[in-house]
Design a protein around this ligand. Structure first.
Ligand code: ZN
Length: 336
């Protein structure tokens, strides 16, 4: 049995028909974790859907009303890039409930993984890029409302910029210490001229996004730290930049909860990504985040976000490896 909980429901399936988003991946990851022996049935907790009150901690009443009554405009539905239905609304409310539960469990068990969620392109007043509701933001705001945390940090490793996250938590932004202009790793020095790291200090939630610069979304509202990676970045450079961004963020900010958005789409075989990470490199990425969180005793909740590998089995492997990495770091200990 794992010393932490995995949050999952068959209701995570997104009823969107034939789509580049592999809506069945959640069930496939669940099944793979059981078949491979990484997890047992008792390691999983089934979430309740978030309440409308929870959703309204992040989203506007107008937007929530449109979703509840099926009155999005054709343009709003187009921006969402998934076909609207009441069943889809239910799936997103459930994903948000899953992230609330994962956040709560992380505060008890030091880590928890929502086998779903990570819908980081949702804004308070609209959805886009397959994301209707920002489940991670809902989880953070609910923990704050319950008095369980004061501050949080999002670490977004999806290949796409966390535009919704940045917009939601823009809050009271002030300038702070300048960030290092180049990564310290010698492996990265060749790339460091192309990679840009931009930073400003945030309010009660500090946002970090590592993403491919030349990719959706075209407009990238500023996160607390943005690492704009050039096309084709591979494992070693990526890991050096992640280490650098995390170190810099944790020098500036002490979060009560770390929300790791573990997108599978920096993978080199991804259909919607242009970075070149390997499956092994992505697992090292997960281990790095978990090792740092554990070493600093920061509870970490995980969501899966995107993953569009040509072969869906690769996406399932990458997400399953995130659970395996958590198991290795939090069960078997770590060295560093
Ligand atoms: Zn993505």
């Amino acid at each position: 049995m794992l010393p932490f909980k995995l949050i999952y429901s068959n209701g995570y399936y997104l009823p969107i028909g034939a789509h580049v988003f592999p809506a069945e991946k959640y069930r496939l990851v669940h099944d793979r974790l059981l078949a491979s022996g990484v997890a047992e049935a008792t390691d999983f907790l089934e979430p309740e859907p978030a309440t409308d009150q929870d959703i309204l901690l992040v989203h506007t009443p107008e937007y929530v009303n449109k979703l509840r009554t099926g009155t999005l405009s054709p343009r709003e539905e187009m921006e969402l890039e998934v076909p609207y239905s009441q069943d889809l609304v239910a799936a997103f409310w459930l994903a948000a409930g899953g992230s609330i539960l994962a956040a709560r469990q992380a505060l008890t068990d030091r880590v928890s993984i929502n086998v779903g969620g990570g819908f980081h392109h949702a804004f308070p007043d609209h959805g886009e890029g397959f994301c209707m509701i920002h489940d991670v933001a809902v989880g953070i705001r609910r923990m704050q409302r319950d008095g369980r945390i004061r501050t949080a940090m999002t670490v977004d490793c999806d290949v796409h910029h966390g535009n919704g996250t940045a917009a939601i938590f823009a809050g009271t932004r002030t300038r702070s210490e300048p960030l290092p202009s180049a990564c310290t790793s010698p492996l990265s020095q060749a790339r460091s001229k192309e990679t840009k790291m931009r930073g400003t200090h945030a309010g009660d939630v500090f946002t970090i996004s590592l993403h491919q610069h030349n990719n959706y979304p075209a407009v990238k509202p500023p996160s607390s730290i943005d690492v704009d990676l050039p096309d084709g970045v591979g494992d070693d450079d990526y890991l050096a930049w992640l280490d650098n961004a995390l170190s810099s963020g944790l020098r500036q900010f002490e979060p009560d909860l770390l929300c790791y958005i573990a997108g599978a789409d920096p993978y080199r075989e991804d259909q919607l990504g242009g970075l070149s990470l390997t499956i092994e490199g992505l697992k090292r990425r997960d281990e790095l985040v978990f090792r740092i969180a554990r070493a600093r005793d920061i509870p970490v909740m995980v969501t899966f976000a995107g993953g569009y590998a040509r072969n869906v089995e690769d996406t399932v492997t990458i997400h399953s490896n995130t659970v395996a990495a958590a198991k290795e770091v939090f069960v078997r200990g770590f060295s560093s």
